[in-house]
Design a binder for this molecule. Structure first.
Ligand SMILES: C[S@@+](CC[C@H](N)C(=O)[O-])C[C@H]1O[C@@H](n2cnc3c(N)ncnc32)[C@H](O)[C@@H]1O
Length: 267
């Protein structure tokens, strides 16, 4: 995904830690284990994770036996991350924005980021990632694009989300949309000139939310996290009312997960 041109909302997630922790699905451990294998990272390799939030990717990296240096500039998210990984000495949690990270931990077998790299300044992000890596290390970028089943998403778009265009994803154009934004991201990555040609692929996994978890999931998105408390309460009550009207107490959907892996060029 291409970097955001306006990065003023990069810390909004820190306002909704409970919702983020409850609502956002973890990245699938088998996907992460496959990537680790495919880029030949031995157990115990040190990797850098950019934008860890409360550990949605970190858990799978630890399960794949990576030693993780996790950057999380949001202080509430970072404290929750520290609570989650309290006794785990395979993770170091740092408060830095990636742009400002000094690299004191040495070089990394890979730099990973899930749903976060578009918040980093692209004038810095790709080159710095390449510079922080061991020779021929890899940049692994993952984004998840969830959407509800077509009918349910359309019904919510017409009701609770009618005034919330950023959450009212159109199921009929969604795949074109996510193919477009991820292709633009690959172009941006290629423009840096620091990496060999990237490979990318998609996987899907089923989603199933109860009503509270779906509301937490919606709130965890930046545009909703940025609302004031009244706005968030209004969104929650609109969603509850719409789902009650539909008689829906579970929401099913599909998570479209995009992975892009690029090896740093060696001089
Ligand atoms: C949408 S969340 C993604 C969190 C998690 N990795 C996931 O997959 O759900 C983006 C995260 O990136 C962090 N972030 C934003 N700008 C950043 C930057 N410049 N450097 C490092 N982290 C950043 C935010 O604090 C937030 O935790």
């Amino acid at each position: 995904m291409k970097a955001n041109t306006n990065r003023s909302g990069r810390l909004t997630f820190d306002r909704v830690v409970d919702d983020y922790d409850t609502g956002r699905p973890d990245l699938p451990a088998p996907l992460v284990a496959d990537i680790v294998r495919s880029i030949a990272l031995p157990a115990g390799s040190r990797v850098l994770e950019v934008g860890a939030a409360t550990g949605q990717l970190t858990r799978a990296l630890r399960a794949a036996r990576m030693r993780v240096v996790a950057l999380e500039p949001g202080q509430h998210l970072r404290h929750r991350l520290a609570e989650r990984f309290g006794a785990d000495d395979g993770i170091d949690i740092l408060p830095d924005f990636f742009e400002e990270y000094a690299g004191a931990e040495g070089s990394f077998g890979a730099v990973w980021s899930a749903n976060a790299f578009h918040w980093v300044d692209p004038a810095v992000s790709y080159r710095k990632a390449a510079e922080l890596m061991e020779p021929a290390g890899h940049l692994v970028l993952i984004w998840a694009y969830p959407i509800l089943t077509r009918d349910l998403q359309l019904r919510l778009n017409e009701t609770a989300l009618a005034n919330n265009p950023n959450s009212a994803w159109d199921p009929d154009t969604y795949e074109d949309y996510i193919n477009g934004v991820t292709a633009a991201g690959r172009e941006e990555l290629a423009g840096c000139g620091c990496f060999e040609a990237a490979r990318h692929w998609w996987m899907t996994e089923p989603l199933s939310f109860d009503v509270d978890t779906y509301i937490a999931f919606l709130t965890s998105y930046g545009h909703n996290a940025a609302l004031d408390e009244t706005g968030r309460q209004q969104l929650a009550s609109d969603v509850r009312a719409a789902l009650a009207g539909l008689g829906a107490d579970r929401l099913e959907g599909t998570n479209h997960i995009y992975t892009c892996v690029a090896r740093a060029r060696t001089a």
